[in-house]
Design a protein around this ligand. Structure first.
Ligand code: NAD
Length: 451
């Protein structure tokens, strides 16, 4: 392990944190004192305010939409393998449940903060409304670097965190899903913990779980596939063919690696990818399968060690001269202080909140086509919705049924957002925000105020 200063981008700000650089397979530990920044939440509020202006919402409705319905902070005590007791902080936020049960991922990351989770929950509310699925918005997270935990410690942390969320969770109340650093195994532990406490199996309490316990066909790759649909739709807007475009992807995790594979298969040239450990560039194109194989076979925690390509930093990746940039890591990576370096003509937001409002304006003014997160990465929650429906009905669909229905949902949402953007001469983000916020406001008005 080597002590090093690393740049961490979170909540729309760049922080320098002290970290120990791991050997392949080893854990990274990041100084947690940085986690109080508020950039993502401020960005989410600004976006809401802009949409509220267009919709002419009164102050009361603005306040209602700006205020999370519930915020739960929990202590998550975990017995480490060496016998020590360590306490982690966790959160679950229900931003709004007016259109249906709370839906949103669970994130394990050392930079998780309550404000970040509030922002991510708010974006989930708009996303579900934009694509027209009957969920409200939620998000959860634990301030932890999961790479520093053994599998047993990760399971104990997950089960204790799930147990702390029991009062909020349930198929009709709150349905978590995977997000950064969580996967279908984590969802299986969540489902099992909830079910053991109920005394019977409740598959519909989480989505993104394995097929063996009620997962859906196609959920694993749904977010990547949806991002790919959105990217191809953006290419059509610009009269570009997949085989003619170069792409850089920041984040080679569940979403980013899947997008890279789909684009490569479709003939795009994926020139660069990166992860938290750095990136690689090959102008002739990278083979995503070879990158994944390299990580698996060498045990490297990063793609940056991939041979046969030049090593680049995350900042350099964002600044590459490519046709399409796909941020697929964390929020706030394209900011006022680096947006001038971005050269791509199309940005497809696979990550949630990767572009700050100030940077978004610069890109829009410059004519860059930004496909906003609430549209671009909505394939994941769409198939999560299908998984929930299948679990409730105990009736499961074929892979083709799942993918064709997801395509229908994404295409309808794309059509509605682009039509409004054209009508109002505004960006896709503004149009998507207006549709999402407008639908939630309408649901509030229709239901009326209790009591
Ligand atoms: P993941 O944990 O599988 O992958 C995250 C990737 O980001 C990893 O490659 C990681 O190394 C990289 N990363 C982390 N910190 C970084 C940093 N500071 N700089 C550069 N790279 C960094 O997570 P994921 O599920 O692929 O999620 C990625 C993004 O997509 C997140 O914004 C998430 O909210 C969003 N998203 C995910 C889903 C889903 O279904 N998983 C759905 C919608 C949106």
């Amino acid at each position: 392990m080597v002590e090093a200063a690393i740049d961490v981008v979170a909540d729309g700000r760049k922080h320098t944190a002290t970290a120990t650089r791991p050997a392949p397979g080893e854990a990274t530990s990041v100084d947690l004192t940085m986690r109080e920044s508020t950039g993502a939440w401020e960005a989410a509020l600004q976006q809401l305010e802009a949409a509220a202006d267009v919709l002419g919402l009164d102050q009361g409705m603005r306040d209602l939409l700006a205020t999370p319905k519930r915020v739960l902070t929990v202590a998550v005590p975990v017995r480490r393998d060496d016998g020590r007791l360590e306490v982690f902080e966790g959160y679950r936020v229900h931003h709004n449940v007016t259109r249906g049960p709370a839906k949103g991922g669970i994130r394990y990351h050392p930079m998780v903060s309550l404000d970040e989770i509030k922002a991510l929950a708010m974006w989930m509310t708009w996303k579900c409304a934009v694509i027209g699925i009957p969920f409200g918005g939620a998000k959860g997270g634990v301030v932890v670097d999961p790479a520093s935990l053994s599998t047993g410690e990760l399971e104990r942390l997950t089960r204790r965190y799930a147990a702390e969320l029991l009062p909020l969770m349930g198929p009709e109340k709150d349905i978590p899903a995977p997000d950064v650093n969580t996967d279908e195994q984590v969802m299986a532990w969540f489902m099992d913990t909830f079910s053991m406490n109920k005394g019977y199996s409740v598959p519909g309490v989480v989505t993104g779980k394995p097929l063996a316990i009620g997962g859906s066909q196609g959920r694993g790759g749904a977010t990547s596939l949806g991002v790919t649909y959105a990217l191809f739709a953006a290419l059509r807007e610009r009269d570009l063919r997949p085989s003619d475009v170069s792409v850089a992807i920041q984040g080679f995790g569940k979403v980013g690696s899947g997008v890279a594979a789909h684009l490569h298969d479709a003939g795009c040239t994926v020139v660069a990818v990166s992860d938290v450990g750095g990136g690689v560039l090959n102008r002739r194109g990278l083979n995503p399968q070879a990158l994944t194989r390299h990580r698996r076979e060498t045990g490297s925690s990063t793609v940056a060690t991939f041979p046969g390509a030049d090593r680049i930093s995350n900042d350099e990746l964002l600044a590459l001269d490519v046709d399409v940039l796909v941020p697929a890591a964390l929020e706030g990576v394209i900011r006022a202080d680096n947006v001038d370096t971005v050269q791509a003509g199309i940005v497809v937001e696979a990550a949630n909140g990767p572009t700050t409002p100030a940077a978004d304006k610069v890109l829009d003014d410059r004519g860059c086509l930004v496909v906003p997160d609430v549209l671009a990465n909505a394939g994941g929650v769409t198939v999560s919705y299908f998984e929930w429906v299948q679990d409730l009905q105990a009736w499961f669909w074929s892979p083709d049924e799942v993918s064709s229905r997801m395509r229908q949902v994404m295409e309808r949402a794309w059509g509605e957002v682009t039509a409004l953007a054209e009508e109002k001469c505004c960006s896709l983000r503004q149009a998507a925000q207006v549709i999402g916020v407008g639908r939630v406001a309408e649901a509030h008005r229709t239901r009326g105020l209790y009591p």
